[in-house]
Write a protein that binds this ligand. Structure first.
Ligand code: ATP
Length: 611
């Protein structure tokens, strides 16, 4: 039951949620109890409610098309019984014209039905995409750090695509088939109720068959959707790491991994297909045997003059039409199971409650913050058994420049993530200008902080678009001023199309130093009172380093600044250095005092400069 399990899940912390939906343990999905299919289906159908007029339109035209579909067998009966056998030839032209009119009207109504249904399905698909995208925007970083991107993409694109089949094919076929069945049943009973009952005899068998098939195939489709997501995740990972694959000559290894996963998908899909290969012809056979029985008894009725030949032909014609929608319903049921398995995965995303979210009374202070940052006895862990930060107490005055240094893995970047509220602290509190950051609205808090990440991410677009991300309303002069302050303007102007140069996915067409300067420009344009700079660990040449340092000086002027420095040369000009080791603050002071202490900082300094 997506809703209830998700709510249970929501009430737990990250730990209780992650294993259930992490790709590696997703088999948990197949092990848990069957969600109520009807509940899932009703939830899917709920997407129709905002588009009632299109739903009604689809129904009306489907009903009319079906009604016109039922006229021709009756006209055929008139031709056989009245025109041919009773010799009323004067009826022929009228019957012929009526037949043509029935076909034309059926086609017109069919066309309108398709039109209405397409409009409906596209509306619903759009609503669904928007809702899933907005759910993804709401979720916390922990969601993304615990799932492969390809798996998430698979839920957004592939699973919604399968889900939409309920509206694209399912709805249309169910309506048409349902109405046709009702119409034909009425005609059959009007014609000869005994034969009609006989025609209905196979129905219980068909229902039992459908129920057994549904139960089995739904489980298969859950596995198929999971496998498809894993394949997607593998593909995404392979594409992102293509340079490593080439560099290590690991193409055969990657090929083998992909082949194995793809073959698993093939086998899983075939299970559902094979089941269908028994089910569909089996159901058809049962239906045909029903038809044969009708022919048997119908012929006897004709021979005993209780039924005319025309009536028997008409009955058989209706019966032939009767099994078409029944087979259609079987196909829809098959498709529906795949779509519902996909829907469950989409609903899981929609139902997730972000770990980090606004409190109901979240505050938005009227003015820009000054930028006084304090960590009060902060403790944090990603996993309960592995504490990352313990009792961290740091005070940074508004406008002060502070460097965080410490050995790799000490918890420096985590400190920045906590200030940005990518994660919430587990103990203690972080305040900015006296506000507990958990009391501020997330949007407001993040608007007050500029983050230059260790590996700055640039979007697949132009240089201008990437800088504009800092302030979407900025004018060209403001963009250029920010780029100049970030020491990026000159290299941007030297690019083939200047600010309009397309820089590729993740900014691959720029060097590391250039990417870092574009991301500094973006933060300068944002103009926040607090700036956090996680220095790139990759080696950059001295000239670029000088440029980045100059850019940093401009970026941090008049702002509270926290710099994570890997190269101690970067901390030149900071007011204070805070040393973090094993998740604790072990030293705090100026460069000179810390060198004098001969502690962790002095050792790091000696190691870097080999004094
Ligand atoms: P570096 O100088 O190498 O960048 P750091 O001091 O910034 O290191 P952090 O990135 O804060 O260190 O990581 C601190 C610890 O937290 C490391 O042991 C790391 O493995 C762990 N860690 C970081 N991010 C996560 C995460 N999303 N999930 C689980 N553990 C994490």
């Amino acid at each position: 039951m997506p809703t209830s399990t998700s709510l249970e899940r929501s009430s737990g912390g990250l730990r209780s949620r992650t294993p259930r939906y992490g790709i590696h343990e997703e088999s948990g999905l197949t092990r848990r109890e069957d969600p109520a299919l009807v509940k899932t289906l009703l939830r899917v159908l709920h997407y129709l409610s905002p588009h009632r007029s299109l739903v009604v339109g689809t129904f009306v035209f489907a009903g009319l098309a079906t009604a016109f579909e039922l006229i021709p067998p009756w006209l055929i009966k008139v031709i056989i019984d009245d025109v041919i056998q009773a010799g009323k030839t004067e009826l022929l032209v009228g019957v012929f014209l009526a037949l043509c009119a029935a076909y034309v009207l059926r086609s017109l109504c069919g066309s309108m039905r398709i039109r209405m249904n397409n409009g409906l399905e596209q509306q619903v698909v759009h609503d669904l995409h928007v809702q899933v995208f907005s759910a993804l925007q709401r979720l916390s970083i922990s969601f993304y750090e615990n799932r492969p991107t390809g798996e998430i993409m698979s839920r957004v694109l592939n699973d919604t695509e399968h889900m939409q089949r309920i509206f694209v094919d399912g709805l249309e076929e169910i309506i048409t088939a349902g109405l046709t069945l009702i119409g034909i049943m009425i005609m059959l009973f009007m014609l000869n109720w005994k034969l009609a009952l006989l025609a209905l005899a196979p129905i219980p068998l068909l229902v039992i068959g459908a129920a057994l098939f549904t139960k089995r195939v739904h489980g298969y489709y859950r596995v198929i959707r999971k496998g498809a997501a894993e394949l997607n995740a593998l593909l995404q990972d392979m594409l992102a790491g293509i340079r490593e694959t080439m560099g290590f000559n690991r193409q055969p290894y990657e090929q083998e991994r992909f082949d194995r996963k793809s073959d698993r998908c093939r086998q899983d899909t075939l299970k559902a297909m094979y089941l269908w290969s028994y089910y569909s012809p089996g159901m058809m056979l049962i239906g045909s045997l029903g038809g044969a029985m009708v022919l048997w008894f119908g012929t006897a009725e004709v021979l005993e003059h209780r039924l005319s030949v025309g009536e028997l032909v008409m009955f058989i014609s209706y019966l032939a039409l009767f099994y078409v929608p029944i087979n259609q319903i079987h196909s829809v049921n098959h498709m529906l199971q795949h779509a519902l398995a996909a829907s469950e995965r989409v609903f899981e995303v929609l139902d997730l409650v972000p770990d980090v979210r606004d409190r109901p009374d979240a505050q938005v202070p009227g003015a820009r913050l000054r930028g006084e940052v304090t960590f009060h006895h902060v403790g944090f862990h990603y996993r309960e058994d592995a504490p990352i930060l313990t009792d961290i107490t740091i005070s940074v005055r508004a406008g002060e420049r502070v460097a965080l240094v410490g050995p790799s893995g000490a918890g420096k970047s985590t400190t920045l993530k906590l200030l940005m509220r990518f994660y919430d602290v587990k103990q203690g509190a972080i305040t900015v200008d006296g506000f507990d950051i958990r009391d501020l609205s997330l949007a407001f808090l993040r608007s007050q902080i500029g983050l230059v990440q260790q590996e700055p991410f640039l979007f697949n677009g132009t240089v201008r678009e990437n800088i504009l991300y800092g302030d979407l309303k900025a004018r060209q002069e403001e963009i250029e001023a920010a780029a100049k302050a970030a020491r990026a303007h000159d290299f941007i102007m030297a690019l083939p199309e200047g600010y309009d140069t397309w820089i590729g996915e993740r900014g691959v067409k720029l060097s590391v130093g250039q990417r870092q300067r574009v991301s500094i420009a973006r933060v300068i344009l944002k103009d926040p009172p607090i700036v956090m700079f996680d220095e790139a660990t990759s080696n950059i040449d001295t000239e670029t380093e000088v440029k980045i340092r100059e850019a940093l000086d401009d970026l941090t002027k008049g702002r509270t600044t926290i710099i994570i420095a890997h190269r101690l040369s970067t901390i030149h000009g900071v007011d204070r250095i805070i040393v973090v080791d094993h998740g604790r603050v072990v030293e705090d002071g100026t460069h000179e005092t810390l060198i004098g202490h001969e502690g962790v900082y002095a050792r790091l300094y000696d190691a870097q400069f080999q004094v």
